[in-house]
Design a protein around this ligand. Structure first.
Ligand code: ADP
Ligand code: ZN
Length: 207
């Protein structure tokens, strides 16, 4: 995909998927290659994610790349003026301003690579990733391995009872699951079942 010659234009790449699907590994791989090509690379992660290190992005397989911790999306813009390539990990922890910042960076001619969770522990779209997907030139969806059955996993199962959307953790709190093995909270289960019934009724009525 990137063998296409881009003449002084920027673009946005999004790498998304469940936890443990290899988003950080893929982000690190792309950023390392850019560095080898002697491009100026700036790498960021949000303050909320200092699980493994506060000056590196770190994958669950312990790959590491030096990064800066920022408080919000605007800090990324301020600190990327010199960069040709901008990498952002754990993008789901930024608010919607990240969309504006990524667009500005790409419009300035930079390659912007964003990695983040596309769904929360409830299996619901995790803003601002859906918005970024809509405007990105390139999208990569990564999959983990379902820890229950071994199929490709698209969901992040929370192993503890807690209804806060953001709880920072790793395999102590989360595991990767496929659609069949994913067990969403009761209210999500009920909602999905009810809307299914509703659709059938409507069909029966119209038929
Ligand atoms: P992400 O950024 O998507 O959370 P990482 O890039 O940090 O993922 O980590 C991916 C690595 O996680 C894999 O290479 C593997 O070593 C490890 N891993 C742990 N559990 C799983 C799993 N269930 N499926 C796939 N990889 C897993
Ligand atoms: Zn499964």
């Amino acid at each position: 995909m990137l063998s296409i010659v881009h003449r002084n234009i920027g673009w946005i790449e999004v790498i998304c998927g469940s936890m443990f699907s290899g988003k950080s590994e893929e982000l690190i791989r792309r950023l390392r290659r850019a560095s080898i090509a002697r491009q100026k690379v700036a790498v960021f992660k949000p303050r909320i994610d200092v699980r493994f290190s506060d000056d590196h992005i770190v994958s669950h397989s312990e790959l590491k790349l030096a990064s800066r911790v920022v408080e919000n999306a605007w800090d990324i813009l301020e600190q990327s003026l010199e960069a040709q390539v901008v990498g952002i990990d754990e993008a789901q922890f930024f608010d919607r301003d990240l969309l504006v910042v990524c667009q500005k960076l790409a419009n300035m001619g930079k390659r912007v690579i964003v990695a983040g969770l596309d769904q929360d522990y409830r299996g619901e779209p995790f803003e601002p990733i859906p918005q970024l997907l809509a405007v990105a030139e390139y999208i990569t969806k990564t999959h983990a391995i379902c820890v229950v059955c071994g199929n490709p996993a698209n969901y992040t199962q929370r192993k503890i009872q807690n209804t806060e959307r953001v709880i920072v953790g790793a395999s102590d709190i989360y595991e990767a699951r496929c659609r069949n093995c994913f067990e969403p909270p009761e209210d999500v289960k009920t909602e999905v079942k009810l809307s299914g019934k509703g659709r059938r009724k409507k069909k029966e009525r119209s038929g």
